[in-house]
Design a protein around this ligand. Structure first.
Ligand SMILES: [Zn+2]
Length: 234
């Protein structure tokens, strides 16, 4: 178990770096220590805890119908939240009401009725390369609501840290090392999302401009409790 300690008042390059990385003020940073942890583990632990706290501060829980943000209530977005978070019994649909964009990650499962939604799954809920499919759901499917669902601990964050694992995995699967390296270097920058929350917000803005008559909601799926949260837009 780790212990929280008061903030170290000495300025350090590491704390400055963390502050810049998380885009938080010095007051948001606490030094966390862990017994028997080496320096590197401790640094990573600090980063992880701060990052999670920072993420949680940007989310709103939805544990009751009146906790759903007003603009989403009585829309397919609100219904999605009621089905998934609030155990609303399934209604019968003959036509999709909603487009859901979410990550390909295997740890997530939505509780929604049959026929309720189109679902596009792509790494990091990144719909930049699925635009034709988004247009299809709107133009042909007739939906006017889009739920963009990012999630914490997303593999599309800091892809570069997984380069060796990625390349070695392809080599093990029969690829030449050189092809595998080129493949990673070509595609990783396209699929890197930086930070889950910021990415969902930027995608939300982009989709609102692209499909101005549709309601677009930025949401986050939290792996630890399998619940949907709304993301503060400031
Ligand atoms: Zn993901």
């Amino acid at each position: 178990m780790h212990q929280m300690a008061a903030a170290n008042s000495n300025a350090s390059p590491l704390l400055n770096e963390i502050q810049n990385y998380l885009r938080v003020t010095r007051d948001d940073i606490r030094v966390v220590s862990q017994r028997s942890a080496d320096g590197l583990t401790r640094t990573l632990l600090v980063m992880q805890i701060l990052s999670e706290e920072h993420t949680m501060n940007r989310l709103g829980a939805m544990d009751a119908a009146d906790a759903i943000p007003a603009p989403y209530r009585d829309t397919p977005i609100g219904r999605l939240i009621e089905y998934h978070n609030l155990e609303r019994p399934p209604d019968v649909y003959t036509q999709a009401q909603l487009l859901i964009g979410m990550c390909m990650d295997h740890r997530k499962h939505l509780r929604i009725p049959d026929n309720f939604a189109y679902i596009l799954r792509a790494g990091g809920a990144n719909l930049r390369y699925s635009e034709f499919k988004v247009s299809y759901a709107i133009a042909v499917g007739g939906v006017r609501a889009i739920a963009l669902i990012g999630h914490n601990h997303c593999g599309m964050v800091n892809l570069i840290a997984r380069q060796e694992q990625f390349v070695q995995g392809l080599v093990d699967a029969g690829w030449e090392r050189e092809w595998a390296e080129q493949h990673f270097q070509h595609f990783a920058p396209m699929f890197e999302i930086g930070n889950e929350v910021d990415f969902v917000l930027s995608e939300t803005k982009r989709l609102r401009l692209r499909y101005p008559k549709s309601i677009v909601a930025p949401l986050l799926y939290r792996i630890e409790d399998n619940r949907l949260y709304w993301i503060r837009e400031t």
